[in-house]
Design a protein around this ligand. Structure first.
Ligand code: PEP
Ligand code: MN
Length: 361
């Protein structure tokens, strides 16, 4: 449930509510919005619900207590109406600007990374990506350069000024990846690895969480909820395609997920047309589509010689194709900004999704 404080509520009243929640053996998380403070009550409420609503509702400074049937709490727009904007070095994700994460699927060598990094930076990318620890379907395929790749990525950051994002595959890698990278990526295959989610929830680095290819939007948000409730509010969501019966594409990019997520959550949303389509020539139209439906950014794989890439050869763009993409995306973004209406309009969010759209927990 959420305790909505009156606009006039002071510090003492907010503290009073938080200590009453703690006294019930529950955990309060407060968010100071533009208009008022909302306190989320997290924990097993069970049969106490009605009594608790009465007790908390009677405390000084409380305007209303809202029981919520939806399972998402800290990631929901009800709790946190304003968009979350995440600053990383000189760039901000989720502030209305267009984030472009670009770089090779895998860091294969220092030269390959530097050549790509220089080119994507010159073309206007805002974040450099590159896989160091690679989740490969086959155990015999290249598994990435590991820590050596992390060092090259850090050098590429110094060279270009771009923050770097790379995947962390398991709990034992969290500290080392956090030491080198500016943003940690949790891949599609690990979206429901709850112990990993808790671990990345404890580091002081933003996390980009990719949607599992068999995961619903609600499951994605509940996975994000693990990270935020572990102490890390800086989560970026990524739609990277889900598995359907279609076989022409590697996955099916769920474009509806973007506006739906913007209604349901305050977290930024990135699209990844590279993994969604698996085909180089489809990356540009789907990147345009993602920006058109309001994504906060795009992740694209780029390689100097994609045909010789050690992973995802068929979907990586050449440096020239990336430059062309960048020239296209800027005007699309400028055009669609402002066309989407205000995602903070809670009435619209709740009206269009409806409680029935999400299961009750
Ligand atoms: C990646 O971005 O490097 C990756 C492996 O993507 P996904 O987890 O979406 O398959
Ligand atoms: Mn890849």
């Amino acid at each position: 449930m959420f305790v909505v404080m009156a606009r006039t509520a002071g510090e003492a009243e907010i503290l009073g509510v938080k200590s009453a929640i703690l006294g019930e053996g529950l955990t309060p998380y407060d968010h100071a919005g533009v208009e008022r403070v909302v306190i989320a009550v997290i924990g097993e409420i069970g049969a106490r619900k009605a009594d608790l609503i009465g007790r908390l509702g009677g405390l000084p400074g409380v305007e209303t207590v809202t029981p919520i049937s939806r399972p998402l709490k800290l990631t929901s727009r009800e709790f946190h109406p304003e968009n979350t904007a995440i600053r990383v070095l000189d760039t901000v994700i989720g502030d209305g600007s267009l984030t472009i994460m670009a770089g090779p699927c895998s860091v294969e060598s220092r030269d390959q990374l530097f050549e790509t990094a220089d080119a994507v930076a010159a073309a206007g990318a805002t974040i450099l990506r590159g896989g160091a620890f690679k989740p490969r379907t086959s155990p015999y395929a290249s598994q990435g350069l590991g820590v050596e790749a992390l060092r090259y990525l850090a050098e590429a950051r110094d060279r270009t000024g771009l923050p770097i994002i790379t995947e962390v595959m398991e709990a034992s890698q969290v500290d080392i990846v956090a030491e080198y990278a500016d943003i940690l990526q949790v891949g599609a295959r690990n979206m429901q690895n709850y112990s990993l989610l808790r671990d990345v929830g404890r580091v002081a680095r933003p996390v980009m969480l990719k949607r599992g290819f068999g995961a619903t939007i609600e499951e994605l948000l509940m996975a994000a909820e693990y990270i935020v409730s572990s102490g890390n509010p800086n989560v970026i969501l990524c739609e990277r395609g889900i598995r359907t019966f279609e076989t022409y594409t590697r996955n099916t990019m769920d474009l509806a997920a973007v506006p739906l997520l913007h209604h349901l959550t305050h977290l930024p949303v990135i699209v990844d047309p590279s993994h969604a389509t698996g085909k180089r020539w489809l990356v540009k139209p789907l990147a345009i589509g993602g920006v058109a439906v309001g994504a906060d950014g795009v992740m694209v794989e780029v390689h100097p010689t994609p045909d010789q890439a050690l992973s995802d050869a068929e979907q990586q763009l050449t440096l020239e194709q990336f430059r062309d993409l960048m020239e296209t995306l800027g005007p699309v973004h400028d055009h669609v900004r402002g066309l989407h209406g205000d995602p903070q309009d809670r009435a619209a969010a709740l009206g269009s999704v409806g409680v029935g759209g999400l299961s009750k927990h």
